[in-house]
Write a protein that binds this ligand. Structure first.
Ligand SMILES: NC(=O)c1ccc[n+]([C@@H]2O[C@H](COP(=O)([O-])OP(=O)(O)OC[C@H]3O[C@@H](n4cnc5c(N)ncnc54)[C@H](OP(=O)(O)O)[C@@H]3O)[C@@H](O)[C@H]2O)c1
Length: 318
């Protein structure tokens, strides 16, 4: 990946979960990375801050990992904030990148921007526009999807090169374990880990345990993102995923085994399932990037559990 050597790359959200890994990998590849941290006062819901970003340097590339987001429970009571923040952030960052002459904009988008009620085996890029996003995450999913429309509009009007990578659910060391922001996999790891430590008789699983998800190890996701950043130059969305689906129950059983917990699973069907099936087609990814993720789910989970064990106090508040 000598392509990235000395490239000037801005990474909004570069100290978040995904952005942190992208930043570290690019620095290792010799890129000149600029990370405008939210904690340092950068706020991309503000037009002035998004404009100011592009005055810092003439960037070859932007990899946009900034988002205001969390797991399915995070959305309750924040639907309007999620819409407003993410729509503004995405819109300003993309619009002013084009105006500033950035050569390429890599937009990191979540799978929840796909139609949420499809019965299809897999989510295919060709069907990205074919239905409503799921009600459980509708405002976030739609706001992120709007940036894909914007990318198409800027391509048609100005020939601007933006790419839109639709990522599966991610997991790995360093992810959010605080109950507000954690996703299903991290939430399950935390529950089994604490149940083992506390000798609890059972672990509660949210929903029916039936929804199927595609889990991509974060280090693999970064390889996919960087391969696309280097060589994919089409405005049509591209999935970055493992291509392997697993139900919440099967996922829970794997985590239970890795953690070494011996109690029962109890289902709380009062809690939402979300979309029943979110499996991504990786056909285009394989064809365009000549790449498939390598990390087996069991190995990635074991590394994540090990990280939680070493960083528990930090992890559960982060
Ligand atoms: N994690 C996943 O499972 C997953 C799966 C698929 C796609 N994605 C996508 O990947 C992207 C990044 O997700 P992530 O998991 O890395 O999230 P994250 O850990 O929450 O990181 C998001 C980053 O954006 C920053 N940010 C939030 N609001 C901002 C604002 N107003 N101005 C400037 N920066 C702001 C955050 O800063 P603070 O933390 O300081 O607020 C954080 O650094 C999102 O588009 C997400 O949808 C994630």
């Amino acid at each position: 990946m000598s392509f990235f050597q000395d490239k000037k790359i801005a990474i909004p959200g570069g100290n978040g979960f995904v952005g942190g890994y992208v930043t570290a990998r690019l620095e290792g590849l010799g890129a000149k990375v600029f990370v405008p941290k939210h904690s340092d006062g950068w706020d991309f819901t503000k037009e002035a801050d998004a404009k100011k970003l592009y005055l810092q340097d003439t960037f070859d590339m932007v990899i946009n990992c900034a988002a205001f987001q969390g797991g399915i429970g995070f959305h309750t009571g924040k639907q309007g904030d999620l819409y407003f923040s993410n729509l503004l952030m995405g819109t300003y960052l993309l619009q002013f990148a084009e105006e500033a002459g950035v050569k390429k904009f890599v937009n990191i988008v979540a799978g929840c921007s796909y139609p949420g009620y499809t019965n299809h085996e897999e989510l295919k890029e060709e069907e990205y526009w074919d239905g409503k996003v799921h009600e459980s995450i509708f405002s976030y999913g739609f706001a992120r999807k709007a940036t894909v429309v914007q990318g198409l509009a800027l391509f048609k009007q100005h020939n601007f090169n933006s790419i839109h990578l639709i990522l599966a659910n991610l997991y790995g060391p360093g992810e959010h374990f605080n109950p507000d922001q954690s996703k299903a996999l991290a939430g399950l790891i935390k529950k089994f880990y604490e149940a083992k430590k506390g000798n609890f008789p059972s672990v509660e699983i949210w929903g029916s345990g039936k929804p199927v998800r595609d889990w991509l190890y974060v280090k693999d996701a970064v390889e996919g993102i960087l391969k696309a950043a280097e060589s994919y130059n089409q405005v049509e969305p591209l999935n970055i995923a493992s291509g392997v689906g697993i139900s919440i129950t099967d996922l829970a059983l794997i985590i239970k085994r890795i953690v070494g917990y011996e109690g029962e699973l109890v289902y709380n069907t009062e809690k939402p399932d979300g979309a029943m099936r979110k499996m991504f087609s990786v056909k285009n990814m394989q064809e365009k990037l000549h790449w498939l993720p390598e990390t087996k789910l069991e190995l990635g989970i074991a590394e994540t559990v090990e990280w939680l064990d070493k960083n528990y106090e930090y992890a559960i508040t982060h």
